[in-house]
Design a protein around this ligand. Structure first.
Ligand SMILES: N[C@@H](CCC(=O)N[C@@H](CS)C(=O)NCC(=O)O)C(=O)O
Length: 225
């Protein structure tokens, strides 16, 4: 669209420094060369449940991306929206087989692992099942390790070169990197999964990924990292 090359419409991202779903959207925005204003919603203080945020997203989750005439939630839906609205550079491969594989790799964490380690699940374990902090951390590491094992198996079968779909990173790399960032937040080392580890390192060497890391966000507490 011609207007995109002149003035970019203003974008607002409701996110939180520690949110790995927000990390995914930040990376995609950077890879697309888009700028945005980030509005932190402090998940640790329950800001997702305030009436103000309820009117933004009644599901009480981050991220939410807003622009003129739209308000989108669910990180993968937002990534696909960015891909369709700003197709260049492409973050999905062109052929249907590769696209299905890329989405499969995205969903390994977006649909399978990540939902099990979110604040609402951890709080529920603590409040209703008297789970202790160490038990909850162990729970998170268990599901993160399951995801990492699946990633390793799929990547070993079709090794990245250097990224999942070739020379440049795409949606699958973004989602995979978000999984490994979560591993870091829960002190799960990636050594048992060397292919995953290598790919995550290659991603995090790029400014688009590194600058999106939780510890680099302005709302991250000084002690983090
Ligand atoms: N499937 C959703 C997950 C959204 C989600 O659970 N986000 C977390 C932060 S990473 C959140 O807002 N959690 C709030 C809570 O658990 O109370 C997505 O990928 O956007």
């Amino acid at each position: 669209m011609e207007e995109d090359t002149m003035v970019q419409e203003s974008l607002v991202l409701y996110g939180f420094w520690r949110s790995i779903a927000s990390f995914r959207v930040r990376v995609a925005l950077r890879l697309k060369g888009l700028s945005w204003e980030e509005r932190p919603v402090n998940l640790m203080q329950g800001a997702q449940f305030t009436p103000d945020f309820d009117s933004v997203n009644p599901a009480h989750t981050l991220p939410v991306l807003q622009g003129p005439g739209f308000s989108h939630a669910q990180s993968l839906a937002i990534l696909e929206f960015l891909e369709e609205r700003w197709p260049d550079p492409a973050l999905l491969p062109r052929d249907p087989d590769s696209r299905a594989r890329a989405r499969r790799l995205c969903l390994l964490t977006v649909a399978d692992a990540h939902p099990l380690i979110t604040p609402r699940v951890r709080h529920h374990l603590a409040r209703n099942f008297a789970a202790t902090e160490p038990q909850i951390a162990e729970w998170a590491r268990h599901f993160l390790a399951e995801g990492a094992r699946s990633y390793e198996a799929l990547l070993a079968a079709e090794p990245p070169s250097p990224f999942i779909n070739g020379a440049t990173p795409g949606l699958a790399d973004i989602c995979l990197a978000s999984h490994t960032v979560a591993c870091g937040l829960f002190s799960l080392a990636l050594d048992p999964w060397p292919t995953l580890n290598r790919l995550a390192t290659a991603c995090m060497a790029l400014p688009a990924f590194a600058d999106a890391h939780p510890f680099r966000q302005p709302d991250a507490p000084p002690a983090s990292g």
